[in-house]
Each structure stands twice: as C-alpha cells, then as structure tokens.
Design a protein. Sequence first.
Length: 303
Amino acid sequence: MDITFWGVRGSYPVPGPQTVRYGGQTSCVEVRAADGTGLILDAGTGMRALGQKLARESGGAPHVHHVLLSHVHWDHIQGLPFFEPAYIPGTKIAVYALLTASDELHQVIGGITRHEFFPVPLEAAPAQIEYHEVDPGVRMQLDGFDVLPIALNHPYGAVGYRVDADGTSVAYIADTAPFDEVLHKQHFLRGLETLTDEDRSSLDQIRADLVAALVGVDTVVYDTHFLPDEYKRFPHYGHSTPEHALEICGEAKVRRLVLYHHAPSHDDDLMDEVAKSYRAKGAAQGIDVITSAEGMILKVGPP
Ligand SMILES: [Zn+2]
Ligand SMILES: [Zn+2]
C-alpha cells in the first residue's frame, strides 16, 4: 500500500513562492493498494490534480471512486466540483462522511455547488454521486480495504480513518484538537465552557478509542496544524500540535507519524525548521516523524 499527498494545508489554499516546496493545496490524500485499487481521503483543493491523474490513468473510462471525508469544512470538500472523473459518464463516486447536522449529506456537500456559488450543481454532473453516512467504530469493507472510522474532537465532529490492506495499515487523523475541551458538539464561538463530568468522560472515551484504533498502525497522518505557542492562543479552533500527535502515537506504539494539515501561515522556511526539530523529537521517542509535502509518495509498511 502507498499513499500520495495531493494537498497538505489546512483552512485555505496558499499557493505561491512561499509554499512551493511543501505545497499550498488543501487536504487530499490518495491510498493505493498493491492490486491498484484506491481510496481518496478528503476532497480539499488537492483533489483537482488527483482527478486529472485518475482520468488520465483510466483513459476516460468510467470507474468507481471511494471518497472518505473527515468532515465537511471547506478545506476538506472544495475540490469535489473540480474532480475530473465527476464529468466522465458512467463513473460512480461514493462519498462517505459523518452526519453531524440535521441536513442530509447530499444537501450539505452539494451545497457548495448551489447556483449562488457555482455554475453547475453537483447533481447535474455526469457521474453518479452517492452519499453514505459513517459511524465511528463501525468497520466498512471497500474493495480490498478494511476501513475503521474513528471519532475525533473538532467543532461539530470529524472522523479519522484507519485503513488496513496488503497486510499493513495507515491512519488518517484530520481534523482534531487534543482532548481537553469539548469541541465535537459545538461551534467554538459559543465559548469553551467548564467541563461537566459527562464532558470529561466523553473526551476520555474519544481519546481512548483513538489510541486503541491506532495500536499496530504502521503510518499515522495526523493534524498538526499548530505549533505549541499558536495552539495556546487558539485552543478552540479544533487542531493539534506535533506534541499532541507524538503523545497519541507514542501511546499507540506507532512506527511512523506524518505531520499534516499545515497552517497556511507556515511558509517553506518555517516548515523546514518544523520538519527538522520534530524529526529529532520523534527519534528520541522511537517514532519516525516525516513532514508531509504536496506530491510526496510514501510506502506504507515496515521499511
Ligand atoms: Zn481542516
Ligand atoms: Zn475543520
């Protein structure tokens, strides 16, 4: 199994001279098994280039694509209307997501192509697009992949995914805050309230389930949007630091951690420093830390 990073930014795209080396497109990762089947994790703006590659590979022939969304914030769905296979008749796109609002998924995700925002509604695309709700803790079999959705702590909820195939595994953990404040049930503008006993136990449960799901995983891609001083200023945004990721991966005895969902303000020079310093911190803990960059392809499995 290998994974390709098509977009590694959080929040919004930041192409330009300051981000040429790590990339400016938002969240999108492709997983490929040895038999050639694939999964797409998140549909940020990086999905556009992935769609071009997939359309080229298939020579314009229809295909089935599985798209697993962490949640439906813009930086995780904006590439969907620009995904070239959506315009190939006979193609099927199965979108999986957590439903946290009362609206139907097709309305929420299709909302980005409402006529006020976009010339062509997603429902009018030639491909057949279908929506599936995921349930944290309930496994799914997609082609040869065994997929486990994992609850995360992000405003109004998000899910991570553990993917097992080819005798190895990868996990995709975006977006999540650490487990000190309740974010998964609310919008941050409501303010962080004092934790009730019930809140504390629900956060402890989410954290314990996450660690349990990551045990034995070879490679974990984790939301490390913030550096520690930034996190202190914005704990309610719903993102973690590399320290938080190392703590979780250390408990789960993960072999390799990939830093991901980089803050848009982190230019290439800063990212070089981040990569160097956390590589050393990871090594001290026995974890191989890699910083994701657009276009990077990683082989999953023991070295
Ligand atoms: Zn995000
Ligand atoms: Zn988000």
